[in-house]
Design a protein around this ligand. Structure first.
Ligand SMILES: *[C@@H]1O[C@H](CO)[C@@H](O)[C@H](O)[C@H]1NC(C)=O
Length: 178
């Protein structure tokens, strides 16, 4: 529209025009679905949520972190915002799970600065993790799209202040299906 150069303009124009015509949430769901690869090796850290450096144990003290979500219930297609309250941190691994579930579910979108999506069991966006060791603070917001399920879910994180100082099993409250 603004760009009349021959090659790039079609590519740019198409998604923007679609976004104007379709409800935004539908677009977000499509972003999640098209990224689901059926095959792929499970990534070990997705399941045990432990850093891959051997011999370093998690802190046994209560975690100074709390996971907050902006909703108490979830609906498929409505993204939830999750923040990590507490001291600034350098490392993170964040997932959503059902009660008793051992696997990450749903889909993380638009990872905030200094973070990236993590592939789990072939799905490229099942978890979010740090992209570098820059400090991340409580204004860092993670966006999660619920899948179409009915089970209660919670968010769970491993949060690291330094390479050798981290807490596991930091959990949010439970969100029921709204
Ligand atoms: C968030 O972090 C800022 C900067 O570290 C701090 O001043 C503020 O108190 C924190 N807010 C909450 C609600 O923890």
């Amino acid at each position: 529209m603004l760009n009349s150069s021959s090659h790039g303009s079609r590519v740019l124009y198409f998604p923007f025009s679609r976004m104007e015509m379709l409800p935004g949430l539908f677009i977000l769901q499509v972003l999640c679905l098209v990224n689901a690869y059926p095959n792929g090796a499970p990534t070990g850290a997705c399941e045990d949520m432990l850093p891959r450096h051997m011999g370093i144990l998690p802190q046994s003290s209560p975690a100074p972190y709390t996971l907050l979500s902006n909703m108490r219930t979830y609906r498929p297609g409505t993204p939830i915002t999750v923040t990590i309250m507490g001291p600034a941190y350098r490392g993170v691994l964040l997932e959503a799970r059902t009660l008793g579930g051992l696997y990450a579910l749903g889909c993380w979108m638009f990872p905030p600065p200094d973070t990236k999506l993590l592939q789990c069991a072939g799905h490229p966006n099942r978890a979010v993790t740090h992209a570098n060791t820059n400090l991340k603070g409580n204004s860092t917001a993670y966006l999660w799209m619920p899948p179409d399920i009915t089970s209660p879910v919670y968010f769970i994180a491993t949060v690291a202040q330094q390479r050798t100082v981290f807490w596991v099993d930091v959990r949010s409250t439970i969100l029921t299906r709204g």
